[in-house]
Design a protein around this ligand. Structure first.
Ligand code: SAM
Length: 219
């Protein structure tokens, strides 16, 4: 493991995080491939099974900063005027990415559906959410906040997603995901859990994939 010799003072947890980042092969690989985050590799890996991102599709990327997933989406969708779109949303500002439209927006904002639909130019084919709350280190708090974000993403599916569309959402497990998965089964023709190898094995993070959206109003 590389040690940190930059002389900066850090808390134990931030030092551990930084040491893990520096020795993480996925961080190095993401950088080598030109991605802004190691998260990009998770999407690449899940896409091998999910096959959501096809040229010409309209894609929403919730919780997009710093932009790794958006980079992957742009590469695959190849948005062009009138043909496909990638709309990336985050409460944190992001630097421009190719032909993606970036919106500095809270997924809970009442005007979020309207603003996203305007930027998309029509209903979404695919809704992605890698949204995560700031980690408190307190397991059940982080779980509950993650579930609230996953629920916001699923509510946005009702407003944005066309029937037949696809949905991929991050969840920090802790109990609430069981009921969430039941709801996803009602709303989608197919539901499955994904845990990419590039998602840290010791993290409670998983992803849920929904395919064949049955349309809004099913609860
Ligand atoms: C794990 S990061 C996303 C990484 C990103 N997918 C990538 O590939 O670079 C989670 C993001 O969720 C965002 N987020 C958290 N709460 C949000 C909310 N209410 N609305 C929009 N974004 C939110 C955070 O600001 C953070 O940038």
């Amino acid at each position: 493991m590389k040690t940190l010799k930059d002389g900066k003072r850090r808390t134990t947890s931030s030092r551990r995080w930084l040491e893990r980042q520096l020795s993480d092969p996925f961080v190095a690989e993401a950088k080598r491939q030109g991605y802004r985050s190691r998260a990009a590799l998770k999407l690449v890996e899940m896409e091998a099974k999910a096959k959501l991102l096809r040229p010409g599709r309209r894609v929403v990327d919730l919780g997009a900063a710093p932009g790794g997933w958006t980079q992957v989406a742009v590469e695959r969708v190849k948005p062009a005027p009138g043909k496909g779109a990638v709309v990336a949303i985050d409460i944190t500002p992001m630097a421009a990415i190719g032909d993606a439209t970036l919106l500095e927006l809270d997924a809970f904002a009442p005007d979020a559906p309207q603003r996203i639909l305007e930027a998309l130019g029509g209903p979404a084919d695919i809704l992605l959410s890698d949204m995560a709350p700031p980690a408190t280190g307190h397991g059940s708090t982080d779980h509950l906040r993650s579930m609230a974000l996953a629920e916001a993403a699923l509510a946005l599916a009702d407003d944005l997603l066309r029937p037949g569309g696809g949905f991929l959402v991050k969840i920090l497990q802790g109990g609430g995901e069981v009921e969430y998965e039941r709801l996803m089964r009602r709303k989608f023709e197919g539901t499955r859990r994904l845990k990419p190898a590039s998602s840290r094995a010791d993290s409670r993070e998983i992803y849920m994939l929904g395919t064949g959206f049955r349309g809004p109003g099913i609860n």
